[in-house]
Write a protein that binds this ligand. Structure first.
Ligand code: UD1
Ligand code: CA
Length: 450
């Protein structure tokens, strides 16, 4: 393919009216990450020299979401159409020589290979459109072709009956030399049904200028554009179906894959077992041979070989579960390392903590890590035994092989090997229970009579 430098322009300024949302459309999550991240990932695979994102509706939010990416955001103050949107990048690309590919921020399934195909066809044409054959062409723009040329694109709103019968549709992607594209865009008017400046006028204008406009095609599934909540839900279902198939292919055991939800970046090693109804948020790595039991929710966590998590466990960002560690039912772990072979088996909250190798955390243990303003750290040494219902008031350190008595509220450090008891001492009052009960029953009789 051609070796011309490539600049991507990603359109993300549209209002997304049909989402009926306060949130900009391209920030709605798909596979645990903003929709626009999918377009960006496909685009980045081409190693473009520049990426310009056109923002408008909810621009501040969109720009904030993209700060960690190598992109230049340009505002389109008024959303006057896709052609007008692309034209906003003119100044930012004034010194750029090479090809521009225009992508949409709301078309997350587009594969890098299709963008590549589009750019490769630039060897044969001045302007190239990515088309697809639509099962139901509905609202899509139609490609009016002659041989290998796209004579023009007609938006559904502006099409006559004959044009509406065309099934070769516009995916929205287009590529051209930067100068050619901006020169043609300068000629785009807004005399159409929507009163918008259409990017889709470019092929017709190319022909009028004696240039060649061609097309390549991709699979319809790649072009799925998200305009409504229903389409977003459908896209999520498609995304999950792909990911589940991919995981099975990679050697992950799932008995009911249709109940497991993945994020875009979930990594799971071979021979890991994922039981039904497990949900993965972003940034999770599960090593080979780990086992995640049913109804667990896992995000931002690393689970090592031989570890068992759940059922009903919640791992939050920064949870690191080392080899052969155990996280049991109704246990929440956040920003904590649970070292090799340690056990937190029942009803606990472990946050901002380090649990040493082989330590045993009794049922109901809680790290009291937050004083309402600051978060504090808890350190539990290797081999320590934390009695059930211990409150570990951070910052606090429990030494290696130390022991805490059940029900203790630990506010001071415990040395290695020591036993800490921090609770009221038990006192037994002989016969008092019996006498107390008799008194209460007598009182009950009296109130009935009175
Ligand atoms: C567009 C195409 C249509 C194609 C379809 C494929 C045009 C005129 N029509 O229609 O031929 O079949 O996509 O999905 O190009 N945007 C801006 N600024 C604007 C307007 C839009 O940034 O002023 C962005 C939107 O945020 C969106 C993208 O451009 O990401 C597409 O806009 P949208 O209004 O959804 O176009 P369609 O009507 O779907
Ligand atoms: Ca659209």
């Amino acid at each position: 393919m051609s070796k011309r430098p490539v600049a991507l322009i990603i359109l993300a300024a549209g209002q997304g009216t049909r989402m009926n949302s306060e949130r900009p459309k391209v920030l709605h999550p798909l596979g645990g990450v903003a929709m626009i991240e999918h377009s960006l990932a496909s685009g980045l695979a081409l190693e473009p020299a520049r990426i310009v994102v056109i923002t408008g509706h909810g621009a501040e939010e969109v720009e904030a979401a993209l700060v960690d990416h190598p992109v230049t955001c340009i505002r389109q103050e008024e959303q006057l159409g896709t052609g007008h949107a692309v034209a906003q990048a003119r100044a930012a690309l004034a010194d750029f020589e090479g090809d521009v590919a225009v992508l949409f921020g709301d078309t997350p399934f587009l594969r890098a290979a299709s963008i590549q195909k589009l750019l490769a066809a630039r060897d044969a044409h001045d302007v190239v459109v990515l088309g697809f054959v639509a099962g139901t062409p509905a609202r899509y723009g139609r490609l009016v072709t002659k041989g290998d040329q796209v004579l023009r694109i007609v938006e559904a709103k502006d099409a006559n009956a004959e044009e509406l019968a065309i099934t070769l549709c516009n995916s929205g992607l287009m590529a051209a030399d930067a100068r050619v594209l901006f020169d043609l865009l300068a000629k785009v008017g807004n005399e159409n049904a929507a009163g918008e400046y259409y990017l889709t006028d470019v092929p017709r204008l190319a022909h009028e200028a004696g240039l060649s406009a061609g097309y390549v095609t991709c699979d319809e599934a790649e072009t799925l554009g998200i305009n409504t909540r229903a389409e977003l839900a459908r896209a999520e279902a498609i995304f999950q179906t792909h990911r589940r198939a991919e995981m099975l292919e990679l050697g992950v055991t799932m008995h009911a894959p249709e109940t497991v939800y993945f994020a875009h970046d979930t990594y799971i090693g071979r021979d890991a077992v994922i039981e039904p109804y497990v949900v993965f948020g972003p940034n999770v790595t599960v090593e080979s041979g780990a086992h995640i039991r049913a109804f667990s929710h896992v995000e931002g966590a690393h689970i090592s070989q031989g570890a068992v998590v759940g059922p009903y466990a919640r791992l939050r960002p920064g949870a690191e579960i080392d080899n052969d560690a155990r996280i049991g039912n109704f246990v929440e772990v956040k920003a904590a390392q649970i070292h090799e072979g340690a056990k937190v088996n029942h009803l606990s909250y472990i946050g901002d903590a380090t649990i040493g190798a082989g330590a045993n955390i009794g049922a109901g243990t809680i790290t009291c890590n937050y004083d309402g303003v600051f978060k504090h750290h808890t350190e539990v040494g290797a081999g320590a035994f934390i009695g059930s219902n211990t409150m570990l008031v951070a910052p606090v350190t429990i030494g290696a092989d130390a022991l805490t008595a059940s029900g203790s509220v630990i506010t001071e450090n415990v040395p290695d090997g020591a036993l800490a008891v921090a609770r009221g001492r038990q006192e037994n009052k002989a016969g008092l229970a019996k006498r107390l009960r008799a008194r209460l029953l007598a009182l009950k009789e009296q109130t009935k009579k009175g």
